[in-house]
Design a protein around this ligand. Structure first.
Ligand code: NAD
Ligand code: TDX
Length: 435
């Protein structure tokens, strides 16, 4: 069976024309593509005849294919083994289901940080039948203010450390899932002092996995695209779930280590786990040590923004709201043991983002300082989130980065009381590092 023709119609549906042995052509629509690379070294497509009303019974066709050099489907092949059929059936059932796992009582670690607190708000606003226990040590990066407005019957706060096994023995029983966000999250800090990264990111994950094992609790692991290292600026490739791990910094190597622990605990002990690796987040409530908030708040304080190296490094930006819906989708629909990449096609180099910020804030686009580069500075991150989009039906909603950036600038302008207490100490630390 060979693929004859592959195109998109005006509604974005993908079509394939198949030619049988007699030379008859039939037009099919691609219902689903399935990523079976890790297990079978192939991908799969599920097809149904085009133009058939949705409620009519049709026989689906499934074929395997190996991506060719252009990154598109090569020839379609018959499926050979029962194991492949079982996997396709599992993905199809996942695709058709609204939610396969319906949590009612979850622990969110790091729920007072930037991204964790966004997820807690997302669950509070969209899943009223779910109770959230936030476990957070309130490090320099944690701020109870981030969830203060929603604490009560449905959102409870426990002040504690994820490395504290005794505490986990007290709070984990009775919960049906752990969503693990807590981490030391800043690359520059990991270069100045790696030790807390080993403790929280590696040992902390180990403790949570042990608790998930002991109390048979589902576990979702929030990780980063930085585990894959970096791409060259002119490389057309993006990271996929198959990209080999190649972390560069103490931070990303501890995140990579924690991902590997999750994979091993799933395989060896049968922990019901999923992993997500997301690209750079932006939005309100991000700590002023990170790139975008640092530059905005510098301008608001009358300081000049600071750009590392030559400013050519590329980051793939996603709004933190979209990260939260991605994690919820994977928690409730993801296949156990699987990794899903979360990204929103937001590649931009740092100098472009900085000049956008300066322009929106009424400054000259050259009104910034070049500062010392970050050692080991990753050149470019780029995420291919096809698997999450096609298998689980997730889509980002904040697709206009410029608009999201303007809203973020407005938020920092309107919420000085939130970030001012952390600003001076953060800048003092950077100054010491020559940044
Ligand atoms: P953050 O630094 O803003 O927040 C981290 C939170 O974890 C804080 O509330 C802190 O108090 C808490 N915490 C730290 N150590 C703890 C410990 N030992 N016990 C309990 N709580 C502890 O981080 P963030 O940017 O919100 O990132 C959250 C997660 O998302 C991290 O796992 C990070 O690796 C991942 N991630 C971040 C990005 C990004 O762009 N920021 C992208 C992809 C993935
Ligand atoms: O002042 C700065 N000037 C500058 O040029 C800062 C703070 C950063 N940068 C550059 C370094 C990076 O190329 O901006 C880019 C973004 O820097 P960070 O905000 O520190 O993010 P990054 O190192 O890319 O990592 C982030 O995304 C992946 C998060 O901090 C991680 O937690 C996440 O895993």
């Amino acid at each position: 069976m060979t693929e004859h023709n592959h195109d998109h119609d005006h509604e974005g549906h993908e079509h394939i024309t198949l030619v049988d042995e007699q030379g008859n052509e039939t037009l099919y629509e691609i219902l689903l593509t399935v990523d079976g690379q890790e297990e079978f070294g192939k991908n799969y497509v599920l097809l149904y005849p085009a133009g058939i009303p949705e409620d009519e019974d049709v026989e689906l066709q499934a074929y395997s294919y190996v991506e060719n050099a252009e990154g598109t489907e090569g020839d379609l092949q018959q499926i050979e083994t029962d194991a492949e059929w079982d996997m396709i059936e599992e993905v199809f059932n996942t695709f058709m289901a609204e939610e396969l796992f319906t949590p009612h009582n979850i622990i969110v670690t790091g729920g007072c940080g930037f991204i964790g607190s966004n997820f807690v708000h997302y669950v509070y606003n969209n899943h009223p039948d779910v109770h959230v226990t936030v476990l957070d040590a309130l490090t320099y990066a944690g701020n109870l203010e981030n969830i203060k407005g929603i604490l009560g019957d449905r959102v409870e706060f426990v002040h504690g450390n994820i490395c504290d096994a005794e505490l986990l023995d007290k709070i984990v029983p009775g919960h049906d899932a752990i969503v693990h966000y807590a981490a030391e999250s800043h690359n520059d800090n990991s270069i100045a002092n790696p030790e807390p990264f080993l403790k929280t990111n590696v040992e902390g994950t180990f403790r949570l996995l042990e608790a998930a094992r002991k109390y048979d609790v589902r576990y979702h692991h929030v990780s980063t695209d930085e585990v894959y290292g970096d791409l060259a600026l002119d490389d057309p490739a993006k990271f996929t779930e198959q990209t080999p791990y190649h972390p560069s910094s103490p931070y990303s190597s501890t995140k990579a280590s924690s991902d590997l622990l999750v994979r091993a605990w799933h395989r060896t002990f049968g922990i019901r786990a999923t992993i997500s690796n997301c690209s750079n987040n932006y939005g309100p409530f991000q700590h002023v040590e990170k790139f975008i908030p640092r530059q905005i708040t510098n301008i608001l304080e009358g300081l000049r923004p600071k750009l590392y190296g030559n400013g050519e490094n590329v980051r793939d930006w996603i709004h933190t709201d979209d990260h939260s819906t991605g994690v919820w989708t994977i928690l409730t629909k993801g296949r156990l043991g699987e990794t899903y990449l979360i990204g929103a096609n937001g590649e931009r180099n740092n100098i472009t983002v900085l000049r956008d910020i300066l322009t929106v804030m009424g400054k000259s686009p050259d009104d910034f300082d070049w500062v010392k580069d970050r050692p080991g500075h990753d050149r470019r991150y780029a995420i291919d989130s096809t698997k999450l989009q096609t298998e689980l039906g997730w889509k980002p909603t904040h697709t206009d980065f410029q608009k999201g950036l303007e809203q973020t600038i407005k938020w920092y302008t309107d919420n000085r009381a939130w970030w001012e207490p952390a600003k001076a100490a953060t800048e003092a630390k950077y100054k010491q590092q020559g940044q």
